[in-house]
Design a binder for this molecule. Structure first.
Ligand SMILES: [Fe+2]
Ligand SMILES: [Fe+2]
Length: 208
């Protein structure tokens, strides 16, 4: 299993960018006039995805970066994740019909978009410059950890996706449940990835 994960896992920076893309796509699907059930499903799905993503970065990616860089972003990244967690808790304690629900989700969107922009323009290019030879190993570690983190949450994820719009479900399923279902399929088929000039060109961009 571990050897297979090492073969099929995306590079850490590819995984991070693709997670960002899926969450940003989900943000764009939030509409203030959607049915409360749909809003709740979408928000819960996004919150779960953000929590897992932040944990993977904090446990695996940021510590590896700190060993090679002292960038300002790395100092503020965890406090920014914590602010995101505060807003997530607030949203979980609210109903979509509450007056502040839309505003709180918009605040989360603004914070995450700002954080993602910083991450993608500073730390990810730096990672690719300073620790290129470790990105495959870190991607495999993050994939293994994602599987562990998603396993107990699969029931909640299914409920949230059933509540939200089909398009949302499709977009997010590709990125968020991928660590479990789609990776499982890849492992079962165990087809090797193609590699080209040091860059992993397999399914990383498609399913994580
Ligand atoms: Fe990130
Ligand atoms: Fe982050």
């Amino acid at each position: 299993m571990n050897a297979l994960i090492e073969r099929v896992a995306p590079y850490a920076t590819h995984m991070i960018r693709t997670d960002h893309a899926h969450v940003l796509a989900a943000f764009h699907q939030y509409q203030t006039d959607s049915a409360p059930r749909v809003k709740k499903g979408l928000v819960n799905t996004v919150c779960l995805a953000l929590e897992v993503h932040a944990q993977l970065e904090e446990e695996i990616f940021y510590p590896a970066m700190r060993a090679v860089s002292d960038s300002d972003f790395l100092r503020k990244a965890v406090p920014e994740h914590n602010e995101m967690r505060r807003l997530i808790t607030q949203l979980r304690n609210m109903e979509p019909t509450d007056a502040g629900y839309d505003g709180t989700f918009m605040e989360l969107m603004r914070d995450v978009m700002h954080h993602v922009a910083d991450e993608e323009t500073t730390v990810l290019p730096e990672a690719e410059r300073l620790m290129r030879d470790r990105l495959g190993e870190l991607g495999a570690k993050m994939t293994r950890r994602r599987l562990e983190l998603m396993a107990p949450r699969s029931g909640a994820m299914a409920t949230n996706m059933a509540r939200s719009l089909p398009a949302t479900s499709i977009a997010l399923a590709a990125g968020l449940v991928a660590g479990g279902v789609l990776l499982g399929n890849r492992l079962l088929s165990s087809r090797p990835h193609r590699f080209g000039s040091g860059t992993r060109t397999g399914a990383s961009g498609r399913w994580l």
